[in-house]
Unconditional design. Sequence first.
Length: 94
Amino acid sequence: MKNARAVTQALATGGPMPEAIPSAPDPSLVQCPHCSRRFNETAAERHIPKCNEIKAKPKMLKAGSRTQLGAGARAQADAAQNANVRPAKGKARR
């Protein structure tokens, strides 16, 4: 906040910009060794054992590695996904 105020003041007065201060992750959070997400201690105690057991874990995406679906391929993928989804008992399909 302090740096943001200094930037705002520098823009308003036309003065020199302050040095950029890189933000760091909150040191009070525990990082999951499996998915690298950060949690408070209580949530980490619940999450880490479950995360370790997940078999269908998605792999981390690298920047630029995603492929874009065209309109036809996207519609076909959506139709295939909707065909595999069953409605809950007692509820009508939309």
